[in-house]
Design a protein around this ligand. Structure first.
Ligand SMILES: Nc1nc2c(ncn2[C@@H]2O[C@H](COP(=O)(O)OP(=O)(O)OP(=O)(O)O)[C@@H](O)[C@H]2O)c(=O)[nH]1
Ligand SMILES: [Mg+2]
Length: 361
């Protein structure tokens, strides 16, 4: 399923720098001694979940990632510099698997979460380290620790913010390609789209992800057509954009068919904030537009946006309202989460209070 974005990459930490063998030799200094410094530690490789990334596409193009090697130790007791760490920035929600995709190495669910995936080699010890009362001129050093290298899989379960719903041919894929850099297949026959496509909309300094799913037909909620398989995906989106083909003879029936399928499908689809777009307005005259818009508004009891995805007409108001609605939904989720945490904390305090033996006199 395309809702998984994944990338296979090769990573390597830095090897540790070797310890140095060196003796102090200076004119007029009577007692030289070992002064070989330790090697520097090799760089680690970390993965960190960061805000503002939505896909793993960067890693499809850059597949080799290496941290720096530690510097060797040097004479005059100088320690080698540690190799620079490498931090792989990944979207929140990225999971890291081993090469066989069986063992999960990390699950980065929160912004700022960072895990080490390959440890840099320790720095080797210089000969200064081995000086003792019995051995004043040690010739011993140790090499730096080895680098770790491996192939890993990054996997991201993409969660779209907005789902596009509508009958086949309504222009959903066209809308996605007009609003984002996604290039889904578009054609004037039903069921052009066979699996979901995703695109990212950048707007007002933020962004949101749109999912274009195959067209819905009557009975979709029971598995007809491509059915429930894809309704399951929109179940996890925050809002919906319902596109109606303005050139259709019977937009009332078209509109109702989709609303009905959303209602029949369990999973709260019908309660999601839904924006309604009357598409293909380039094919209609003003009178028809006014009439069809009024009809949809009376059926839905809400504002209907008139647009043309193919003609790229009036897309901005639709994208604006989508972006604000997504933001509102996110804010509401955050508040609900904070509320839940506050309640949990309060409950915990209560429980602790009940356990304590302290009582006011
Ligand atoms: N004139 C006009 N044609 C449009 C517009 N939007 C889409 N189309 C055409 O409508 C046809 C269907 O568009 P798609 O984007 O493939 O429709 P879809 O909803 O993704 O269809 P399925 O994937 O089959 O469910 C294509 O021939 C598009 O060029 C529009 O605004 N105006
Ligand atoms: Mg399509």
């Amino acid at each position: 399923m395309k809702f998984h974005d994944q990338a296979r990459i090769y990573i390597k930490s830095g090897a540790g720098g070797a310890g140095c063998q060196s003796f102090r030799r200076e004119a007029f200094v009577e007692f030289g001694g070992p002064d070989g410094g330790d090697g520097g530690r090799g760089g680690h490789v970390y993965a960190e979940a960061v805000h503002g990334l939505n896909t793993l596409v960067d890693y499809r193009y850059a597949q080799h990632h290496k941290a720096k090697t530690g510097q060797h130790g040097m004479g005059r007791d100088r320690t080698g510099k540690a190799g620079e760490d490498l931090v792989l920035k990944v979207p929140v929600g990225t999971q890291i698997f081993d090469e066989d995709q069986e063992f999960m190495i990390a699950d980065l669910v929160e912004e700022g979460q960072r895990v080490m995936i390959a440890r840099g080699g320790e720095g080797g010890l210089g000969n200064a380290h081995f000086k003792s009362s019995t051995n004043r001129a040690p010739r011993r050093t140790t090499p730096g620790g080895p680098a770790e290298e491996m192939t890993i899989w990054l996997r991201l379960k993409l969660i779209a913010d907005a789902g596009l719903v509508g009958l086949p041919n309504a222009g959903k894929s066209t809308f996605l390609s007009a609003a984002t850099r996604a290039r889904p297949k578009i054609a004037d026959y039903p069921f052009t789209t066979l699996s979901p496509n995703l695109g990212v909309v950048y707007r007002h300094g933020g962004e949101f992800v749109i999912a274009d799913i195959p067209g819905l037909i009557e009975g979709a909620s029971e598995g007809v057509g491509l059915g429930t398989r894809f309704l399951g995906h929109v179940e996890r989106t925050r809002i919906l954009l319902h596109l109606v083909d303005g050139s259709s003879e019977d937009i009332e029936a078209d509109f109702k068919t989709i609303r009905n399928e959303l209602e029949q499908y369990d999973g709260g689809l019908i309660e999601k904030p839904t924006i309604i777009g009357l598409n293909k307005c380039d094919l209609l005259d003003d009178e028809e537009i006014a009439e069809k818009k009024a009809l949809l508004e009376s059926l839905s009891g809400q504002e209907v946006f008139v647009l043309s995805a193919a003609g790229q007409l009036h897309l901005d108001p639709v994208l604006d309202v989508m972006s604000y609605t997504v933001l509102d939904a996110k804010k509401a989720e955050l508040e609900a989460k904070e509320q839940e945490e506050a309640e949990k904390e309060a409950q915990q305090r209560l429980d602790e209070g009940a356990d304590s033996t302290w009582s006011p006199i």
